[in-house]
Design a protein around this ligand. Structure first.
Ligand SMILES: [Zn+2]
Length: 81
C-alpha cells in the first residue's frame, strides 16, 4: 500500500485543490466525478467507479454502511483489530 500525504488549505466555499502529484498518480483529470466518503474522522476521496475504498480492487466487493470493501481488506482489518 502506497501512502502519500500532502497538506492543502480549505478555501472559501469548501474548495480544496487536489495536489498535482496525486492527480497524476491517480489519473484524475477535469470533469471526472469524485466521491467523498467520511469514515470516522477520515475523508476518503475516490474516483466514481465502484472499488474498494482502501485498495481500489474491483472484485467481489461488499458494501458496509455505503462503503465498498474487498475481501482482502476486510481480512486485513479483522487482523489489525
Ligand atoms: Zn481492498
Amino acid at each position: 500500500m502506497e501512502i502519500l500525504q500532502i497538506k492543502r488549505l480549505v478555501q472559501k466555499q469548501g474548495r480544496v485543490t487536489i495536489p498535482k502529484e496525486i492527480c497524476e498518480k491517480m489519473g484524475i483529470k477535469s470533469d471526472i466525478a469524485l466521491v467523498f466518503t467520511m469514515l470516522d474522522d477520515k475523508i476518503i476521496v475516490t474516483k466514481e467507479k465502484e472499488s474498494c475504498v482502501f485498495c481500489n480492487d474491483t472484485e467481489n466487493l461488499r458494501k458496509y454502511k455505503e462503503i465498498l470493501i474487498c475481501p482482502t481488506c476486510i481480512n486485513n482489518i479483522k487482523n489489525d483489530i
